[in-house]
Each structure stands twice: as structure tokens, then as C-alpha cells.
Design a protein around this ligand. Structure first.
Ligand SMILES: Cc1cc2nc3c(=O)[nH]c(=O)nc-3n(C[C@H](O)[C@H](O)[C@H](O)COP(=O)(O)OP(=O)(O)OC[C@H]3O[C@@H](n4cnc5c(N)ncnc54)[C@H](O)[C@@H]3O)c2cc1C
Length: 556
């Protein structure tokens, strides 16, 4: 039966009998169900039969009527975070309904790069076995270009049992595959339903919306907010995120792209830094090409990222080379992203936030799919335990928040510091020179290269991987590069010999436009650096966790 048919059927009330009823409970977040008894932490659901789930048309509740649950878990958002969490909870026997405003398969603006850690999560969900998945384009190395100079290509390193490659998978396919895993596990997927309101009440949490058939509502014992970067559920829990925490990005697909399908390219340019441009091949001569930029820079960078992308495609030598015979397919799509902020809550009474809704985006590279999938696993583990015990108040769910912070906070604090530093566009020449120095060392030092690659691909915590040896080697490389000779020469460009770097002009340094900050801008920037440094130092004192725990399954 199709989902819409099921909805109509339920709206007539015939499925209501299948929905379990609960007794009113005392606390805002505590309940008990028929067939459930309190269990120790770490316990499993005690029910064996999965309860039927239903979406009811909105109706006034009778005076004195107790809270009724249409299901155990309502998941809002069918991206990787929501679909993975729904799959994990449904597989454990919890009645799970996932609601998404879109109908699937749907497009989602993204760079589509799925790193090794995310691949391991997908393998654990049973997504990677399909033939179509195996056909998704594999990326074995990532090349960096600064002001048109190729600085070298880093192979994606092997870390533990993780694959030494990433994949570029258009989200139209990836998200539909993860959602299929949720369906197979027994979750009900209600697509084409936009949630417009959320209400916490004793014993239940309710989401509401309106569809062509009229208003609807859905009551669950627990709500997982996985509705992306502009999350309605997150606003209910944590308010509007600060502007400083935002990055913006746009992307477009191109056909007939030249160059190796197994290499991802990142381009930095003095006139657009701290923006960065990427070209991620999707296979079959197609590529995802985009640009990302922190929203708040000093002085403010131009805001029109679509124009910036088109300009970079026209002017950057690497982009011109790879896109020389290419055609754009569809529109340039854009989306702001809310990055990680450790001060904002991730849980409320009966509510947990996952993925982008929780701001689990690395501010340094905009990567979020692996964190969406990690948070789905962490959230589902804790939710299963708390649902079984009937303890769903914010304090009982706080262990999830703690888990996320323990695993991500220190590394994200490092990324926040780096991002805060590079917001100062007056220092662009310095940052790009530093990038060249790091790249020069990468070319000659395999251990250094491995560490840098691990950090760039999110495979290992930056704070643990970089360490004093990397700092010392970078300092040594800086001294070497300052000496006259081959080290100051630009690396060879595609078969051409290296050439001496140009002399700085009064207005540019190696092609980098000069920017000047007002004293107010400088003070704001310096205060931000101070805050980011304080946060990183505080995290350093807390000790370090090994980074996101990985599922053990072989990844695809
Ligand atoms: C331009 C760009 C490039 C990126 N590149 C990469 C990359 O290469 N690699 C990477 O790892 N990450 C990348 N990211 C980040 C990545 O896209 C996100 O981290 C990832 O999509 C998070 O998944 P999610 O499930 O949390 O949210 P989403 O994938 O955003 O899913 C949220 C879902 O919620 C639904 N929804 C929203 N509001 C409602 C509502 N009110 N009612 C019902 N449903 C609702 C939406 O329809 C959507 O399906 C990029 C982001 C952008 C913008």
C-alpha cells in the first residue's frame, strides 16, 4: 500500500486501534507504556511486536483525555541523519514515523563528497551492498591549488578498517538509499509533509503540519529533529543560531568535465579566500562544482556566491582546464549551513537534534554527512535506552549531548579557531603562503602528508594528529622556504617545469588582493580569536576522546 493510501486510511480512523495507548505520566518527559517496564541503562526494548503507527488528522482533544501516542518516535527530516536514525530505531522494534516535506528521490544542495568515515556508517546500515552504490564514483586523492598553482595531490589515507577512498554520490541517490534502509527496517516514511509547529506536552511531543488533505498532527513519545540546517525543531530547542556560526555554499552540476575521475580538486585564491572552490567528479564525465564561504569576514566579502562561482570557473586556471568543454546542468543551488557551537543545547524534553539540525558541520570544510550519520547512531543508541526506560526528559537525554561534545568538541574548537583566524582577509597573503609551505612539506615528508590528509578528510582528530611534530616541521619548512633556491619556486603545472614565484606588486602579494580592516573590525576579529582560543584551551584541559567511534562493518 502506498504511503498516501495509508494516510487516507488512517485519516478515516481505522488504523487508530493499532496505535498503543499510554497512561498519563507525571514528568514532562517520563512515560510508561503497556508492556514496558523500567529497565537499567543500556537495556533493550522489551516489546517484541512492532506497534502500528499512524498519522491522525488534527482534532481537538477531549477534556481530561490522556496523551496518546501515534508512535514511539517521530523523526522530522529524511536526510542522512533522520533516515539513519529511523532505520536504527525501527530495527530495534520501536514504532518510528519519519516525516519529510519533500518527496523522494529529491535533490539536496551539497558537494556530494562522502568520506571514508561516512562510508563506514553507510556500510553498517546495509546501504553499501547494492549494485548502484558500488557503481558510485570513487575518489582516491585530493589535489590543492592556490592561485592556479597545483600544490600536489594527497591520497586519501587508510586509517584502521576504513576504506582509503571517498565517493561522490549525488544526494538524490544517496538519501533515497538511506531512506530505503529505514523502510526496510520497518519505519513508516511520510513524504511530502512539512512540519510547521512542534509542541511539547507532558507525556508526548506533537508535530503539526498541513497537507493537501488538510491539517494533520503526529504525537510521539520522542521527537528526533533531523530537519537540516534551517531546522524548525532546533529553533524550538535552541533559538536562532548566531550569524557567526554560518557558512554559505553554492554548487552546480557539470557534464563533459575533463581530467581524472578519481581526483577531487580544491582551489584557493587570494581574491576570494577564505572562500574555497571545489570540483568533485561524480563519474561519467560529470562533476559537482561549488564554492563555500564563511558568512562573516573582515572586511565583509562579496555576498553573491553564484557570481563568485561563475567568476572562479571563468578565471581559475584549474577550473578553466577541467571545465573547458563542459556544460552546466540545471541551476546553481545554494544553502546556508549552521556550524557547530558547543554552547547551544542538542536536547530538550522529549527532543533530540541530529545532523545539521544540531549544527554538526565542521566549520573548516563544511563537511556534515559523516557527522549526520554518527549523530544518528549515537542518538538512536541513547534513544533506544531511554525509550525502554520511559525517561525522556531533557536531563535523561543529556547523555547524548555529552557524547557528541566528548567526541567532537575539541576538534570542532580547533576548526573554529582556524576559521576565526582566516576571517581576517587582510591576512590572506599570510594564510595562502602558509598553505604553500604546508604543501611543500607534504610533498617531501610522507608522515606529515599522512597527518595532514587525515585531518583534511576528517579521519582523525586534528588536535591529536597535528601535535608538536607537525608544528615543528611546518616551522622548519617555513625557514627552508624563506631561503633563496628551489623551495621558493612554484611547483610544476601539469607537465610544465616549475617557475619562480612572481615579485609582489604594491597592491597584491602573489595575486592576493590587499584588504584593510577598520579598527572596529579588527577589534571584533581579535575578540573572536580570543574566544576561540579560550574554547580550544578549555577543551585541551578536558582531555581528548579518540574521535567518533566507528561502526566495525567493512565499508564500501
Ligand atoms: C553547498 C553544500 C555543499 C556541501 N558539501 C558537502 C560534502 O561534500 N560532504 C559532506 O559531508 N557534507 C557537505 N555538506 C553538508 C551536508 O549537505 C549536510 O551536512 C548533510 O546534508 C546533513 O544531513 P542531515 O540529514 O542532517 O540534513 P539534510 O540532508 O539537510 O536533511 C534534512 C531533511 O529535512 C527535511 N525538512 C526540512 N525542514 C522540514 C520541515 N519543516 N518539515 C519536514 N521536513 C523538513 C528536508 O526536506 C530534508 O530532506 C554540504 C552542504 C552544502 C550546503
Amino acid at each position: 500500500m502506498s504511503v498516501s493510501a495509508r494516510f487516507r486510511h488512517v485519516a478515516s480512523g481505522t488504523a487508530a486501534a493499532g496505535a498503543a495507548r499510554v497512561q498519563p505520566a507525571g514528568g514532562a518527559g517520563q512515560d510508561t507504556r503497556v508492556g514496558e517496564t523500567a529497565c537499567p541503562a543500556g537495556g533493550r526494548p522489551v516489546r517484541s511486536a512492532r506497534h502500528r503507527a499512524a498519522v491522525y488528522p488534527a482534532r481537538p482533544r477531549g477534556k481530561g483525555s490522556g496523551p496518546a501516542h501515534d508512535c514511539d518516535v517521530v523523526v522530522v527530516g529524511g536526510g542522512p541523519a533522520g533516515a539513519a536514525a529511523a532505520a536504527r530505531l525501527a530495527a530495534r522494534g520501536f514504532a518510528t514515523i519519519l516525516v519529510d516535506r519533500a518527496t523522494f528521490p529529491r535533490d539536496k544542495v551539497c558537494g556530494d563528497f562522502v568520506g571514508p568515515a561516512a562510508l563506514a556508517e553507510l556500510a553498517d546500515l546495509g546501504v553499501t551492498g547494492a549494485e548502484a552504490f558500488a557503481a558510485a564514483n570513487t575518489i582516491g586523492q585530493c589535489a590543492l591549488h592556490v592561485d592556479g598553482d597545483p600544490l600536489g595531490a594527497l591520497p586519501i589515507p587508510r586509517v584502521g578498517a576504513l576504506p582509503a577512498h571517498g565517493r561522490v554520490i549525488p544526494r538524490r541517490h544517496l538519501d533515497a538509499w538511506v531512506l530505503d534502509a529505514a523502510r526496510r527496517a520497518g519505519a513508516t516514511v511520510a513524504a511530502g509533509r512539512k512540519v510547521t509547529a512542534v509542541e511539547q506536552a507532558p507525556g508526548a511531543v506533537t508535530v503539526r503540519g498541513r497537507s493537501a488533505a488538510g491539517p494533520w498532527q503526529l504525537r510521539g513519545r520522542l521527537l528526533l529533529g533531523a530537519d537540516g540546517s534551517n531546522s524548525l525543531i532546533a529553533r524550538a530547542v535552541r533559538g536562532t543560531p548566531p550569524r557567526q556560526d554560518r557558512i554559505a555554499a553554492v554548487r552546480a552540476y557539470f557534464d563533459d568535465v575533463a581530467g581524472p575521475a578519481g581526483r577531487a580538486d580544491i582551489c584557493l585564491r587570494g581574491d576570494s579566500f577564505p572562500g574555497y572552490c571545489w570540483l568533485f567528479p561524480c563519474g561519467g564525465g560529470q562533476a559537482n562544482v561549488g564554492v563555500g564561504m564563511v558568512v562573516s569576514t573582515y572586511p565583509q566579502a562579496g555576498r553573491n556566491l553564484r557570481e563568485l562561482l561563475l567568476r572562479l570557473i571563468a578565471e581559475d586556471p584549474l577550473m578553466r582546464h577541467r571545465l573547458r568543454g563542459a556544460r552546466i546542468r540545471g541551476k546553481i543551488g545554494g544553502c546556508p549551513l549552521t556550524t557547530y557551537n558547543p554552547r547551544l543545547p542538542l536536547v530538550g524534553d522529549r527532543i533530540m537534534l541530529l545532523g545539521d539540525a544540531a549544527g554538526l558541520i565542521n566549520p573548516l570544510n563544511g563537511e556534515g554527512i559523516q557527522y549526520a550519520l554518527h549523530s544518528a547512531r549515537w542518538g538512536a543508541d541513547l534513544a533506544a535506552d531511554r525509550l525502554s526506560c520511559g525517561r525522556l526528559d531533557a536531563a535523561s537525554l543529556a547523555a547524548y549531548e555529552q557524547h557528541v561534545h566528548d567526541h567532537l568538541r575539541r576538534d570542532m574548537a580547533f576548526s573554529r579557531l582556524v576559521v576565526q583566524l582566516i576571517r581576517n582577509r587582510a591576512l590572506n597573503p599570510f594564510w595562502l603562503s602558509a598553505t604553500r609551505i604546508v604543501a611543500a612539506r607534504v610533498r617531501t615528508d610522507p608522515d606529515y602528508a599522512h597527518r595532514i590528509a587525515c585531518v583534511l578528510t576528517g579521519l582523525a582528530p586534528a588536535t591529536r594528529t597535528l601535535g608538536l611534530s607537525v608544528v615543528a616541521k611546518t616551522a622548519g619548512q617555513t625557514m627552508t622556504s624563506a631561503l633563496p633556491g628551489p623551495a621558493t619556486r612554484r611547483p610544476a603545472r601539469r607537465g610544465q617545469p616549475g617557475h619562480p614565484a612572481p615579485q609582489p606588486s604594491p597592491n597584491t602579494i602573489a595575486g592576493t588582493a590587499r584588504h584593510t580592516l577598520t579598527s572596529r573590525e579588527f577589534a571584533d576579529w581579535a575578540a573572536g580569536v580570543g574566544r576561540a582560543l579560550t574554547e580550544l584551551t578549555a577543551q585541551g584541559r578536558r582531555g581528548c576522546r579518540p574521535g567518533p567511534s566507528r561502526p566495525g562493518a567493512k565499508a564500501g
